[in-house]
Design a protein around this ligand. Structure first.
Ligand SMILES: [Zn+2]
Length: 778
């Protein structure tokens, strides 16, 4: 796929300025040489937003970004702007389609070609060749999902202008061969949350710091962990309006990383690879990423890292790799938001998989250090996305052929890769303890383009017989391998820093098994596929309801620290809003003011580091919480907040994992089985077929005074509690409590040694929260 001589290409489009910044080598100063036509009608970003993108200390508002794209849409026949809906906080969510005018005028036709290439059932055998000749390469670019990664707010303006204006042969090839869907921000609300905070702190000691509020109202940084659960409207706009109708061949997601290692990360990723991803996509990602870094390094960019930091595991971050698209994540080094920083070479250090002070195969050219600012970030991001567009457009036909191949493989004999036998189907009985959870799971699968059917005869699986009319997911379907990833249990590989050494930290969590998270009975069918009727129509998302919905009988407070809101606090708010359960957000000020029983019946402390909570509340806050409980209040402490509650309220409970080394015990986001104390009122609504909890940097408890505290959930006394993900040192959990109810005075403290509403996904353990609010034990 790499055919053009680098030097020739560089001479055509770039010159390198030799500006040296703090080192012997030239800093990358790739500048567009293309002459701009004097009388162009294409507006520059500066003419609309008032400054050149990449100017130090300047960030646009979302209104300015919207204005620019609106102006571009008006001025350029190559750009069509669409609004996909309103964000969580009411801003317009935008996508710009960019291509040749003749392509944009026929998007419906190209979408049909794309569908037929994706799904062999929609095309005649003889049609394939012509579809590949006629089709376009569909590329989705999403930017600034993480709002403190502020280069991503500006880079789309530069890219869009360049595509609208460019007239070089390579740009013409990009436009002729591709349909580009550019989402200038996957989180428009955050553009203003961060931008307003930045402008308000300019010139103060806080200049360049992040805002105290989450930059996505409910999820903060976790908005990029929502790509199989689809809990947020922004995720749904991109999935429903761009992924589902188009299933792009290539997706470029523009991010920023920390400041002190490489200047940019480009795939290949590090291990592990989710085993259900078609290896064509892994190889395609590796190939395109390598071509991009080759091109950038040829163009004079330094500090380019590959095979570093980021892995290819969780579908929470990589919708495309589970839906026929390579995923080109780029992560450019950050500054202090839009304020520059000085980074001498000596202050650079190791990233994961390389060291920014050493030349290695995956970090072939050192960045010499020096000033680093928003201009550099925009330059790197733009160059990377441009390299991707150019390299991909060179081989449109190759991309479309391998895209069609994946469709054939998905519908052919399974598995097309790997060695383990695949089930032919999963069966999901319609009679389940939790019908909301069942409906949510079917909705979630269908929303990710999984086809659901019903069995026409009883199905035997896993030693049980399920009646005719049960839901069936056949593996032989366009996205059968994605369904398999979500329905099976994960076996995360035992990766170590070196043989016998400490575990290699995963980039994110290690499990994503929907039946365990939601609490739904699902069985794998081995052997012949069950007989089924046709594809079922999409079912609606359930209207989530609990006894507390729209009820003010219990007065609930959700705690957050003023200095920074934890993501878990955001997710807790999301769950309460989703279930329409009223609540009040309180901070340390409200707690230390005391007299809490006059206002609240229950106070939730979401997962947050005990040091942060303690630092905010101090002894006065701890005393006020203690008085609240003594007088009949309930305190619910989620995950790490349990350790705060144990210390602050001097509870007769000990975290047995406190101080455990990661060589002795390690579980960075896994699903564990628990035994349920059926006699305890808090467990009454917890009825999943496999009782399980989400364990992530969690405690496990010993009760030191059985008269004052009772275990509600306990890890098995022997064997391995792990059901999905990764666990080192299972013996440490044996017989330990996972959830404890502590009686104190007339009230209760409930300790959850897990995340009971992990990312809005652990439907199975939601009832353990509702029960602790509604009916504390006498
Ligand atoms: Zn990011």
């Amino acid at each position: 796929m790499i055919r053009v001589h680098a030097a020739a290409r560089r001479a055509a489009t770039f010159i390198l300025l030799g500006a040296s910044a703090g080192g012997a080598q030239a800093a990358p100063r790739a500048v567009e040489r293309e002459p701009r036509p004097a009388a162009t009608s294409i507006p520059t970003p500066a003419s609309v937003i008032g400054f050149e993108p990449g100017t130090d200390r300047k960030l646009p508002t979302w209104k300015q970004v919207t204005d620019y794209f609106t102006a571009l849409d008006k001025a350029s026949a190559r750009v069509t702007l669409r609004t996909l809906g309103k964000t969580t906080l009411g801003r317009p969510f935008l996508v710009a389609f960019i291509s040749e005018p003749s392509t944009l005028a026929n998007l419906g036709r190209y979408q049909q070609i794309q569908r037929k290439l994706m799904d062999p059932r929609l095309r005649a055998r003889a049609e394939r060749e012509q579809l590949i000749v006629d089709g376009k390469l569909v590329v989705l670019i999403t930017s600034s999902i993480h709002s403190t990664e502020v280069g991503g707010i500006l880079t789309p303006l530069v890219l869009a202008e360049r595509l609208a204006r460019a007239d070089t042969p390579e740009a013409r090839q990009v436009l002729a061969n591709s349909i580009i869907m550019l989402v200038p921000s996957q989180n428009p609300d955050g553009v203003d949350i961060v931008g307003d905070h930045y402008r308000a702190t300019l010139g103060s000691p806080n200049e360049g710091s992040g805002p105290p509020d989450l930059y996505h109202h409910y999820t903060g940084h976790d908005n990029n962990r929502d790509w199989y659960a689809f809990t947020q409207v922004e995720t749904r706009y991109t999935v429903d309006s761009l992924y589902t109708p188009w299933d792009p061949q290539i997706v470029n997601d523009i991010h920023q990383q920390g400041a002190n290692a490489g200047r940019i990360f480009i795939p290949p990723y590090m291990d592990p690879v989710e085993p259900n991803i078609d290896p064509i996509l892994t190889a395609g990602t590796n190939s395109l990423g390598s071509a991009m870094s080759w091109r950038m390094i040829s163009d004079g960019f330094t500090g380019v890292a590959t095979n570093a930091s980021y892995d290819q595991w969780s579908p929470a971050r990589q919708y495309s790799l589970n839906h026929r698209g390579v995923r080109i994540l780029t992560e450019t080094a950050s500054a202090r938001l839009a304020s520059p920083m000085d980074l001498p070479f000596d202050r650079l250090g190791p990233g994961r998989g390389y060291d920014a002070r050493e030349t290695t195969w995956n970090y072939p050219v050192l960045w010499p250090g020096g000033k680093w600012g928003i201009g550099d970030i925009v330059k790197y991001q733009t160059a990377a996305s441009w390299a991707m567009l150019v390299e991909a457009a060179r081989d449109r036909q190759g991309w479309l052929e391998s895209y069609a191949d994946m469709g054939d493989r998905a519908l052919g004999p399974n598995p097309s890769w790997g060695r383990e036998a695949w089930p032919s189907a999963f069966v999901i009985p319609k009679t389940q303890a939790d019908t909301q959870a069942l409906q949510r799971m079917i909705w979630t699968l269908q929303h990710g383009q999984v086809e659901m059917r019903e069995s026409t005869a009883p199905v035997t699986a896993n030693g049980k017989t399920y009646p005719a009319g049960s839901y069936v997911v056949l593996l032989r379907q366009p996205f059968g391998s994605y369904a398999k990833a979500l329905l099976e249990r994960q076996k995360y590989p035992d990766l170590r820093e070196y043989p016998g050494g400490p575990p290699k930290r995963p980039y994110d969590v290690t499990a994503h098994t929907l039946p365990l998270l939601f609490g739904v009975d699902v069985a794998a069918v081995m052997g012949d596929a069950p007989a089924t009727a046709g594809i079922l129509a999409a079912i609606p998302e359930p209207k989530f309801t609990t006894a507390l919905s729209e009820s003010r009988t219990r007065r609930v407070a959700i705690f957050r620290t003023t200095a920074s809101e934890s993501m878990d606090a955001g997710w807790t708010r999301w769950m309460f809003d989703k279930y329409r359960v009223p609540f009040t957000t309180i901070t340390e000020k409200d707690v230390t003011a005391g007299a809490l029983n006059g206002k609240f019946d229950a106070i939730l402390i979401p997962d947050q580091s005990p040091q942060q909570i303690e630092g905010a509340l101090g002894p006065a806050g701890a005393a006020a919480l203690g008085a609240f409980v003594e007088s009949g209040g309930s305190v619910l402490a989620f995950n790490e907040a349990s350790s705060f509650a144990i210390d602050a309220l001097k509870l007769p409970v000990k975290n047995v994992l406190d101080g455990a080394k990661n060589t002795e015990f390690y579980a960075p986001g896994s699903i564990f089985g628990v035994e349920v104390n059926r006699g305890h009122p808090l467990a009454a609504g917890f009825t999943p077929p496999v009782p399980a909890v989400w364990f992530e940097d969690s405690p496990a408890f010993d009760i030191t005074d059985p008269a004052a505290a009772t275990a509600v959930l306990t890890y098995p006394a022997s064997g391995n509690a792990m059901l999905s993900g990764w666990l080192l040192g299972p013996a440490k959990l044996n017989g330990k409590a996972a959830m404890v109810d502590v009686k104190r005075g007339r009230g209760h403290v409930v300790l959850y040694g897990f995340r009971p509403q992990y990312r809005g996904q652990t439907n199975s353990t939601f009832p353990l929260i509702w029960s602790a609010i509604t009916k504390p034990a006498a």
